[in-house]
Write a new protein. Structure first.
Length: 275
């Protein structure tokens, strides 16, 4: 038993070593790509479910590395966080995203994701405000998306940064609501302008009653607290219809458009936006 136990430990260690090497390879390639400005934001439409009109776009990072090929954000964002590259990466993305958004109609907002570690870094707010000043993008058209994890690492620090952003008119959305360590208490302590209902509930809304009840409860709560709502991951007409029927005002998902680059976003607006 001892032998096999030791064997297992050996194999495990080997696997961990391989994984660590892979992470380091991605880290090095990412450092190079960020320095060369090769990571770019794509944009996914967010719509008003009653009119189907686009009201804003969420920026989503895309990295097509010359050696590694397409690396998904679910892979490189956590590595950027862990290895201390996220601040630099995020600034590169926000600069490009606000530059692109300056070409959109004034009514449309830009939504931008912040990582948990950025809510611990006291330079985050200053970096964001610097970029807004340089690109001339109106702070009131910017929304930042944060998760509960981001608020929990160091709540005082997160509160300070969020406060500095809200002071200039930047709106704050709670992302992925309903997953992870969701705590309703958080909604009392922090004031969010918007709540994004996680795709997990939306994808099962037609199949099971519990999801329907949960979504209806979230919508009632948002109404009471005066928060806007966006349901994520809408892929089918029936989901959109059901959400609208429950009183959900905002929607996002492949049904309305997949994330596309800045140029394709301009074409999307020409085809879909009526002033
Ligand atoms: P997220 O913020 O929850 O973003 C939504 C994700 O759902 C995106 O994946 C989007 O492409 C995908 N999605 C949208 N509509 C649908 C749909 O109808 N069906 C399905 N199956 N998926 C849909 P993506 O672009 O791969 O990003 C994954 C995650 O990576 C994001 O989740 C976010 O947590 C992170 N991320 C992406 N870009 C950035 C960034 O610039 N900064 C930071 N900090 N995180 C980012
Ligand atoms: Ca998001
Ligand atoms: Ca989300
Ligand atoms: Ca997510």
């Amino acid at each position: 038993a001892k032998q096999s136990g030791r064997g297992k430990v050996m194999v495990y260690t080997r696997e961990m070593e391989e994984a660590a090497k892979r992470v380091t390879r991605i880290e090095q390639a990412l450092r190079r790509a960020v320095a060369a400005g090769e990571v770019e934001p794509f944009f996914q439409p967010i719509v008003d479910l009653s009119t189907r009109q686009v009201v804003g776009f969420e920026a989503l990072a895309r990295w097509n590395d010359r050696d590694l090929g397409m690396v998904p954000p679910d892979v490189f964002i956590p590595i950027a966080e862990e290895r201390g590259i996220i601040g630099q990466l995020s600034q590169l993305l926000l600069r490009q995203a606000t530059e692109a958004a300056c070409n959109w109609p004034d009514e449309l907002f830009l939504s931008f994701n912040l990582s948990p570690s950025q809510l611990v870094d006291q330079n985050t707010a200053r970096h964001i405000l610097d970029i807004l000043q340089r690109t001339g993008f109106d702070a009131r058209r910017l929304e930042i998306e944060i998760t509960e994890t981001g608020l929990m690492t160091d709540p005082d620090s997160a509160e300070k940064i969020v406060g500095e952003l809200r002071a200039v008119g930047i709106r704050v959305a709670l992302d992925d609501f309903g997953t992870g360590q969701s705590s309703l208490g958080r909604l009392r302590e922090f004031h969010f302008d918007k709540l994004k209902i996680d795709r997990a509930f939306v994808s099962s809304i037609l199949e099971d009653k519990p999801s329907e009840h949960i979504i209806r409860a979230i919508l009632a709560m948002c109404e009471g607290l005066g928060m806007d709502v966006v349901a994520e991951g809408i892929e089918e007409e029936e989901q959109a219809a059901r959400l609208l029927q429950f009183g959900c005002a905002g929607g996002q998902g492949y049904m309305f458009g997949k994330p596309v680059n800045a140029a394709a976003t301009m074409r999307y607006l020409r085809d879909h936006y009526r002033a």
